[in-house]
Design a binder for this molecule. Structure first.
Ligand code: 3HC
Ligand code: NAI
Length: 698
């Protein structure tokens, strides 16, 4: 194995280069190599200046995340960085690509920093449930002041090279980011000038204003939703305002290690690796994917217009087909509005919008316009009859080899595929609303879908900036199938005495972005009604029916879009107000079912909701609808507002212990053994004293 850190003396300039692909993470070998190189520089009388460089696409991507949770191995990163800062000859960090987390902390330990124009500087540790633990919370406030340091540390958002220059984080930014050459030239200048060492840690302690720190605390507490890292990071930065460097670093280390031991850190790091793992499917390795440049979209309603926008923003050609010219024009208007919003968000400029609208988007009422499309996505009404008729037409107009995709939420894609003469080309691409914003995409693989089409769908997802998860065909695929089950658990609690508002509040307090009834109002109560109608034929006599939900629908209370649903939305507000009329409707339903209402604690609400989600997750796994527990976690994190710091439902189940989850289900089954039937996979894992994680990397 080649050494990850090399030392070369280039005519008096020591070039210390880190090469640890893919992101030069600061693994134990890199830390040891860096420390050795710094010591060699100290002892090398013929070198006057050192330059630290990263090889490959970026400077340093941070500490090695895969080492977290394992016993620490010397040398520690703070020790390495202290050694860099203590050098009595100048050390330059020459940054290209990115200096993130521990990588930025290495740069802060150097005496001079220069950057390529493409470089980003950031401390994203809070996104992993941590805080900068190698001096970042002590050195950055000394360099840029408390306010800017807090902005970077508590958000985790990196700044550009230009911003770094503005905040005097770097001395100089170069358009040419060949940092080896720039670093050498810069070092030679320092050499000639006999420039001194400049230790960030020796800058005066930053001024800490108690009112400012309190203001930050209040703001962070308001947005934290149970997540602790940013608040603890604030404690560490506060320490920098009170303590000298050595004491401050010790306090930072103490706080860093306290976070390292939390389930939040484990949850966030699980999410980090899971979202990178979802696209890695052994079955697709080595397969050729087809080139997709021209997308057809059928139906320009809520979803079709969003999908078209997403494709346009990713540089693709789009032909959208609607039923008539009027509907086609309406879709174009919707897309134009979405593009205007993208301009406001700085994602697009006026010229680009004009090019898109004039050259890359066609909105027509003619299916023949789809003849050239590489992939066609259908987003018409959720009806098998309508979809099959659309697919019959697509089969006759699409070019050979084109992928025919459906955005159906629930319908059987095998049945849709069967109407065509090319079922191997038919696939589900289940986008989430709004499709140009939401990152999740379920790639639904039907019985006869060819693996090459699946591989192409994953490539397309990447191009669209989506996180794609493979799912199999069933009612609702992964996400909506779980949703239907945990929503039923919530409805049962409602019937038995809980209020929708208590349920929503308990789940928000647990960390969900929204509770299930606020979600229902957002999606539209007509969707739930249509689902109940569709499933009516399969109803079991012991199913407990949410009669009040039908009443809400018949009253025209369809949620936010009608100003009333489970909540009232006065004057177009998106903030719902509780409504006693809804509680009265639920009370009537209880009475009709002969139920004597009881109270629920928030804890019980969460246990039942989570148990239902996990149990259905286990079923989805044993049926092969999801291939790995991490796929389910990513779907829930990206599409259903699951708190990221809890890592997803299957990870949460492991953290709690599957035995405890099963015991909950068995306890709930004592009063309802129809709904609460433990999934055989869950029972098997408990029997084997195993966990879901064991199925992630079998
Ligand atoms: N440690 C270990 N592995 C890492 C890593 C890290 N810090 N960063 C990325 N990787 C791995 C990824 O898991 C992925 O592995 P895979 O190919 O097996 O899936 C591979 O490197 C490439 O990563 P990406 O696909 O994300 O590559 P991109 O080019 O899209 O992005 C990046 C590069 C911007 C560096 C991105 O990977 C990233 O954001 N990484 C995490 C950065 C971070 O959070 N650093 C802080 C770490 S905590 C810390 O430093 C603590 C310190 O204060 C003590
Ligand atoms: P929508 O009602 O807003 O839009 C459907 C559009 O299809 C209408 O504009 C209609 O004119 C057009 N259309 C109908 N028949 C057509 C035909 N034969 N040819 C061309 N155009 C035709 O519906 P929405 O919400 O966009 O849903 C579309 C599909 O996406 C459905 O299958 C739905 O289940 C699915 N979906 C919806 C989500 C949502 O949140 N709305 C989320 C994910 C999937």
């Amino acid at each position: 194995m080649s050494e990850p850190v090399t030392y070369i003396n280039d005519q008096g300039v020591a070039l210390i280069t880190i090469a640890n692909p893919p992101v030069n993470a600061l693994s134990q070998r890199v830390r040891a190599g860096l420390l050795a190189a710094v010591q060699q520089f100290g002892a090398d009388d013929s070198a006057q200046v050192a330059v630290i460089l990263g090889e490959g696409r970026l400077f340093i991507g941070g500490a090695d995340i895969s080492e977290f949770g394992k016993p620490p191995q010397a040398p520690s990163l703070p020790d390495v960085i202290n050694a860099i800062e203590s050098c009595d000859k100048p050390v330059v960090a020459a940054v290209h690509g990115a200096a993130l987390g521990g990588g930025f902390e290495v740069a802060l330990g150097a005496h001079y920093r220069i950057a390529g124009a493409d470089a980003r500087f950031g401390l994203p540790e809070v996104k992993l449930g941590l805080l900068p633990g190698a001096g970042g919370t002590q050195r950055l406030p000394r360099l840029v002041g408390v306010e800017q340091a807090l902005t970077m540390i508590t958000s985790g958002t990196p700044i550009s090279a230009a911003q770094a220059l503005e905040h005097a984080v770097v001395e100089q930014v170069f358009d040419d980011s060949n940092m080896r050459q720039q670093g050498l030239d810069f070092a030679r200048k320092l050499q000639q000038q006999g420039a001194p060492v400049r230790r960030t840690g020796e800058l005066p302690r930053p001024a800490g204003d108690a009112a400012l720190l309190q203001e930050w605390r209040t703001r962070l507490e308001r947005s934290a939703r149970g997540e602790v890292a940013a608040l603890v990071a604030l404690d560490a930065v506060s320490a920098a305002t009170r303590l000298d460097l050595v004491e401050g670093l010790a306090e930072e280390r103490r706080l860093f290690l306290s976070l390292m031991d939390t389930p939040q850190r484990a949850g966030l790091i699980h999410a980090f690796f899971a979202e990178r793992q979802v696209a890695k499917l052994p079955e697709l390795a080595g397969l050729e994917s087809m080139k997709i440049e021209h997308i057809g979209v059928v139906g320009g309603g809520t979803m079709g217009a969003g999908i078209a926008t997403s494709a346009l923003l990713s540089g693709l050609q789009v032909t959208l087909v609607e039923r008539d010219q009027e509907a086609a024009d309406k879709a174009r208007n919707t897309i134009t509005g979405y593009l205007a919003a993208a301009i406001k968000r700085g994602k697009l400029n006026e010229v680009q919008r004009e090019t898109i609208l004039n050259d890359r988007l066609a909105t027509v009422p003619d299916y023949n316009a789809l003849a050239d499309a590489d992939l066609i996505i259908e987003a018409v009404f959720e009806s098998m009859e309508v979809k099959q008729s659309v697919f019959k037409t697509l089969d006759s107009v699409a070019k050979p080899g084109a992928i025919l995709a459906t955005n159906t939420s629930y319908l059987d894609i095998n049945e849709i595929a069967s109407i065509t003469a090319r079922p191997e080309s038919v696939i589900g691409l289940h986008f989430f609303s709004p499709a140009h914003v939401m990152k999740l995409l379920e790639v639904v693989v039907a019985e006869r879908t060819a693996p090459e089409r699946v591989a192409s769908a994953f490539i397309l997802a990447k191009r669209l900036g989506k996180t794609a998860v493979r799912a199999g065909v069933c009612d609702g695929f992964i996400g909506n199938r779980l949703l239907s089950h945990y929503r039923t658990a919530a409805d049962h609690m409602l019937l038995d005495g809980a209020s929708p508002y208590q349920i929503d509040k308990a789940l928000k307090a647990y960390g969900f972005a929204m509770g299930p009834y606020a979600v229902a109002d957002l999606a539209g109560l007509d969707i739930g009604y249509a689902t109940r109608q569709r499933k009516a034929a399969d109803a079991h006599p012991r199913d407990r029916y949410p009669a009040w939900a039908d009443e809400l629908f018949h009253l025209g209370r369809l949620g936010q879009k009608t100003g009333k649903g489970y909540y009232l939305y006065p004057e177009g507000s998106r903030q719902g107000v509780e409504d006693p009329e809804v509680e009265a409707l639920v009370a009537k339903a209880r009475q009709q079912a002969g139920i004597n209402p009881r109270t629920f604690t928030d804890e019980e609400i969460v246990s039942r909701y989570m148990a239902a989600m996990i149990n259905e997750g286990a079923r989805v796994l044993e049926e092969g609808i999801a291939q790995r527990p991490l796929d389910i976690d990513v779907v829930l994190l990206y599409g259903y507002g699951f708190p990221r710091w809890r890592g997803g439902p299957m990870h949460t189940a492991d953290q709690r212990g599957l035995k405890a989850v099963l015991a909950d289900i068995q306890r709930f089954a004592e009063e309802d053994d129809h709904f609460w039937q433990a999934a055989p996979l869950l029972e098997k894992l408990v029997e084997q004293d195993s966990n879901f994680a064991s199925l992630n990397h079998p």
